[in-house]
Design a protein around this ligand. Sequence first.
Ligand SMILES: Cc1cc2nc3c(=O)[nH]c(=O)nc-3n(C[C@H](O)[C@H](O)[C@H](O)COP(=O)(O)O)c2cc1C
Ligand code: SF4
Length: 792
Amino acid sequence: MSLPNKWAQLPAELLLIWHHHRFSVLFSAVAFAAIVRLAIYARSRRQKISNSPVPGSPVEKKDIELRPEWLPENTTLNTSCLNVDGHAEDVSSLGATVLKKKRGPKTVKGRRTAKKSPVPASCFDHNTDKIQPIIFFQSLSGITERFATDFVKIFTDWTTGCDQSRIFLQPDVYDISYIEYDDYFISPPKVEENTRLFYIILLPTYNIDTVLDNFLENLQETHNDFRIDTAPLRSLLGYSVFGFGDKEGWPTEEEGFCSQAREVDKWMAKLTGRKRAYPLGMGDTKKDAAARLQEWRVGVQEALVEIAEGRGLGDGIPGSGDPAESDEEEDLEDSNGQSKRVEEIEELGSMVDSSSTTIPVDYTTYKSKSKLLVKSTVAPKEMVPTTSPTHAALTKQGYSIIGSHSGVKICRWTKSALRGRGSCYKYSFYGIASHLCMEATPSLSCSNKCVFCWRHGTNPVGTTWRWITDAPDLIFDGITAAHYKKIKMMKGVPGVRAERFAEAMRIRHCALSLVGEPIFYPHINELLNIMHSNRISTFLVCNAQHPAQLASLVPVTQLYVSIDASNKESLRKIDRPLHRDFWERFCACLDILRNRRFEQRTVFRLTLVKGFNMAEEVRGYADLVERALPGFVEVKGVTYCGTSAAGTAGLTMQNVPFYEEVAEFVTELEKELNSRGLTYGIGAEHAHSCCVLLADKTRFMPNGKWATRIDFERFFDLYEGKVEGTRLEDGKVVGWRPEDYVGDETPEWALWGNGGFDPRDQRVWRKGKGPKADEGEKRGEVERKKMEELEF
Ligand SMILES: Cc1cc2nc3c(=O)[nH]c(=O)nc-3n(C[C@H](O)[C@H](O)[C@H](O)COP(=O)(O)O)c2cc1C
Ligand code: SF4
């Protein structure tokens, strides 16, 4: 057949083939399509599963918003690598959320004319109007709070019992630590039409940096802020201030007696347009404070009667705004009602014009005599100067202060271990022998005022680091030298075992907690690196208030977050945080802990305080565990520290839980976690410290046996790169995981139900105590023990 004929027959043959095989062809095509579809579906399901938040999943990471105001100032922390997590698949978004807010003095550009006050001065109609007294107080160690509590009671009785009682409303009372300054000191709060406000302010003085400085700065800034009236509180009916001080340390006003109360009184005079209703009162808390306060209260009440009867503040009466009295308040108004301050600014404006450059004007310092400061820089203070009462108090309590903001103290368990009488719970749980351990902090300051704090309420507090900063090597050398010195002092103590004494002369572990907040220290990462390179393991405890520092911390041997409450209200009550956004900070820290749980061992530290954070809170705590998925949850009964601060916060021996109560709580928590599919179990206990350990079984129970202990040598080998870790990213090793330095099995005697006391040590009972523990013994760490004697 010729070729053209063949071509002509081809379509007919193809048609024939198609007719013969069309069913099998169609069937195969449909089957193929179905297989492809199924494969795609199965793949997408698998991906979904790997993205789900299964506890312990090494690939899942949460996005955390780190607000600009959370970023530390004056720090060497590398904020560009915040939120590091070697496992993260979604690292992109985090860096973008971190934008450093520019802080610094306000900058004034150009010329400005005087403004007229938009706030009308208040006039009081005693026939129709009411007076709302507002009592503000500030207290760091509880003394002012105690006086304020009594004052409020007596004053309230007076407002309801006096002849003018129909005019007075029940006083409102605020702790200045917990209010938004803007709500009360930029403009008065909104009230009913016929209600007029009267401010009463009670506060102590501290010559070290405290929150009082923030308050004063705020008053000053408000007065100097161009956008607002210089006297935005002039609608108040009046105000009066009472200061508490200590003449023993500050004998005269020139030497600082009640200096901050005097400052507040001065700024309030400016902000109210001189509405001082009664002169500043001052009392020496060691001598006459009660009597002075009473006199002053009577005077304030008389002034209020005058107002209530329509006689106002009595213009011209000394102390109530007479111009003669105001000559020490610098911004006198001239006859046109124009502030001198404005002239100064105008002069400044001319300078600006002539030089064609902008000049930064710092209004933020309250220490100046309210003169504008051009290019001023405020020299930082020492956190704990050697001459300060805090230094004296801490030294008396056995702390060695290193530089001006670090401390070290030999813990009672170190002494106990040296004498073969047992180590703290960290030995039972993790294998840290107490005589090899040093307890220290690079920051004696903290941003909380916890009710159970052992700092006796006198340590500096603050929300930002603004002290003279010591170098990390100075701190390391100082704390280790002081620790060894204290160990050497144990040489002659009866019962000290020679071999333990020799071992103790080489520090192996450092518990960075003690007092204050270690991650507040701007060079914490360098300090940690020095410790690790000296093969000293690090247990670092933070209070979940500094998310940016937490996110950029180098991995430590074990990272703790104190979980003092399960919800916002409870946390506010127990930690008394200074940060107003404390809950947001707390939650961000939990998320960071979750993200970093495959870099280091992470721990929740729960301190149970009966009547504060125990009852009905198990589910709340389980929510937090579910959120952060820590490797461990340590639950410890609080120890009564018997300080005035504790007393003021209403803490007594009755708030200390019995060990059985702690154990019951932990069992409940375990049950709750398990019911949510979270694989935590009770790993160990140390009844002597009233402390129980929950741990993640999937991670720390290999081969069905608890392994909560740490292989420290392996940790250092990993740190030094002598052995390779197993933390991978994109198939490459980027570091180590907690699983890489899991140590020996938890010893039998430390397991749940066995008490947690090493049988090789000798249990020594204190006088009057014994195996039949009395109530005090069962309440964890025995009787009214001072907390500073205990481990963290
Ligand atoms: C570290 C420190 C610094 C102090 N500085 C001053 C001071 O400069 N002037 C003063 O009059 N009192 C000073 N005092 C005394 C306190 O003002 C006084 O004890 C006050 O009652 C404390 O009140 P609080 O317990 O409510 O915080 C200081 C006390 C401490 C602990
Ligand atoms: S976090 Fe620690 S040091 Fe700070 S107040 Fe609380 S207990 Fe005291």
